[in-house]
Design a protein around this ligand. Structure first.
Ligand code: PYL
Length: 272
């Protein structure tokens, strides 16, 4: 997992999220709030009733300046009651418990998770992000049933996206440089097709989810104006020229927003 830097997230505040919300609606037809509802299959949830705490964690490489503030802003934008604990680590968890929150969001170097105290449920960021980006690609494509979707990178994010695409009856093609990992995924999801050469498959497949943090995977001869790319990965695996060839409303990427919204939604979703 790539560790975010302050520069990746410094812009994420309520003013910016207002614009990001409009850009997201232009791409998917849904606002971020409507997207959160979509992820919980439209269970009617009043996010205003949900109390969340964000706990800064100092372990390992330590606090990322702006990380807790970015998570805070995303949750506030969706309408949650949210605060950043004044204390860090265990003392921060204790503070959140004392303030009787419903959800606690916290990240160390290995895991970013939300803890739903009442439902005794934990949702981690990679799982939530994979599902969110697969759902966003589905919305931009309008319908993915029986359509081929390419998932590049079969780590935790990619596998979560594969599960979502298979549930929606898409035809999933997977690519990863780690051939052993590909074999394991094929064993778990027998209907997926493994492709070993991006150059040969990319021109035909128009729906691409990039869950591998590798630069310049997608090049100009791989894409055209019809291509839809959902890219949760950092760095973005698309060359500058290829990026220009893709219609802006058919490219979905952000460093944290969709993952946090998906963590929130999936942590309060009643069905399993
Ligand atoms: C959750 C992000 C998404 C991509 N990479 C993950 C990452 O950067 N993880 C590290 C997060 C560290 C946060 C730090 C703090 O400020 O509380 N412990």
């Amino acid at each position: 997992m790539t560790r975010l830097t302050s520069d990746d997230i410094a812009h994420i505040n309520l003013f910016y999220l207002k614009d990001y919300n409009s850009e997201f609606k232009a791409r998917t037809g849904k606002t971020l709030l409507e997207f959160a509802q979509y992820l919980i299959e439209d269970e009617k949830i009043d996010f205003g009733k949900i109390r969340s705490a964000v706990v800064p964690i100092t372990s390992g490489k330590g606090i990322i300046p702006g990380f807790s503030e970015a998570v805070f802003s995303i949750l506030k934008f969706i309408g949650c009651k949210v605060f950043i604990t004044t204390k860090t680590d265990i003392a921060g968890f204790f503070e959140a418990f004392q303030k009787k929150v419903d959800l606690i969001f916290a990240a160390d170097d290995e895991l970013f998770s939300v803890f739903n105290l009442g439902a005794r449920k934990a949702i981690e960021n990679s799982f939530a992000t994979g599902k969110a980006y697969a759902a966003a690609l589905e919305l931009v494509a309008k319908n993915i049933e029986n359509k081929e979707v390419l998932v590049i990178g079969v780590g935790k994010v990619g596998i979560s996206a594969i599960k979502y695409f298979l549930e929606k009856k898409a035809r999933v093609v997977i690519f990863d440089r780690d051939k052993e990992r590909l074999k394991l995924v094929k064993k778990e999801f027998s209907s997926v097709r493994i492709e070993s050469n991006l150059d040969s498959i990319l021109p035909e497949i128009k729906l691409i989810l990039i869950a591998a943090p590798a630069k310049d995977l997608i090049q100009e001869h791989h894409v055209n104006y019809e291509t839809i790319i959902a890219c949760p990965a950092i760095p973005i695996g698309v060359t500058k020229v290829a990026w220009k060839m893709i219609k802006p409303t058919r490219f979905i990427h952000d460093p944290l927003q969709l993952g946090v919204i998906s963590m929130l939604a999936l942590s309060i979703k009643n069905k399993s």
